[in-house]
Design a protein around this ligand. Structure first.
Ligand code: MF3
Ligand code: CO
Length: 249
């Protein structure tokens, strides 16, 4: 079932999204060589509590943390840990904020210290791929239009799009229908309607798109050890076009 939200519901999710965006902006200032992803995890817990919000990922299907922290070749669902980040690493922090029952979901990849030109290009292309997808998130378009815009841009840049994880509808629950694929054919799939709220969250690899699962049953990493980046926004489909609820101004 695909739910459609009222303006009031979208407004509440927007408040959650603004808080999540401000949390990411604080994280951006913290990320430097020597910091651990467990310190970021603790910061997020404290930041959300101070702002009357809760971390929706904690306890979700047994997941133990407020954040996912995926380093270098980890694609998604890395665990926060006590290992210090090193100069030249890239790290994706993903979290879902619950503010008075309204949810928002956003992931961002950060450079640790100085990164080389290939990593810079990976981050730039992945972020741009997110916005190429968002551009297509208009009433009357189909989900395949989003996926196709992302895939054709990323592959044109000689990177690959992960297929084992998708974006999703979001509402009362973190994951609702429909699945938002980051690859596909234009004109195919579910039609986008006013009031739908979805995430678009392309994961882009320098090498092959395939992933493998760690023994912890959560963390996915690239099959060839190549680096992976991800940018994710929550957005509403509105009469005035896509409204990004997790925008970092
Ligand atoms: N935030 C993730 C998403 O983009 C979900 C993380 S899974 C969890 O869909 F278990 F960590 F919550
Ligand atoms: Co997310």
């Amino acid at each position: 079932m695909i739910s459609r939200k009222s303006e009031r519901e979208i407004q509440a999710m927007h408040e959650a999204g603004k808080l999540l965006a401000s949390c990411h902006k604080e994280i951006a200032k913290m990320i430097k060589p020597g910091i651990t992803t467990m310190e970021i995890e603790r910061f997020v817990e404290k930041f959300l509590a101070e702002n009357g919000a809760t971390p929706e990922q904690k306890g979700y299907q047994g997941y133990k943390y407020a954040t996912c922290a995926s380093i270098n070749d980890e694609i998604c669902h890395g665990f926060p840990r006590e290992t210090p980040l090193k100069n030249g690493d890239i790290v994706t922090i993903d979290m879902v904020v619950n503010l008075h029952g309204a949810l928002a979901d956003s992931a961002w990849t950060y450079a640790v210290g100085e990164i080389d030109d290939e990593k810079k290009r990976l981050l730039e292309v992945t972020e741009k791929a997110l916005y190429k997808g968002i551009e297509q998130a208009v009433i009357g378009n189909r989900i395949g239009d989003i996926g196709h815009a992302i895939q054709s841009y990323v592959e044109g840049e000689h990177f690959s799009v992960v297929r084992d994880f998708t974006g999703h509808g979001i509402g009362d629950k973190m994951h609702e229908d429909p699945k938002i694929l980051h690859y596909g054919q234009p004109g195919k799939g579910v039609r986008l309607k006013e009031g739908m709220v979805i995430t678009i969250e392309p994961m882009v690899n320098i090498g092959a798109w395939q992933s493998k699962m760690d023994n912890n049953g959560w963390t996915a990493r690239t099959i060839d050890g190549s680096l992976s980046a991800q940018y994710e926004h929550t957005l509403a489909i509105t009469k005035n076009g896509p409204l990004i609820l997790t925008k970092q101004d």
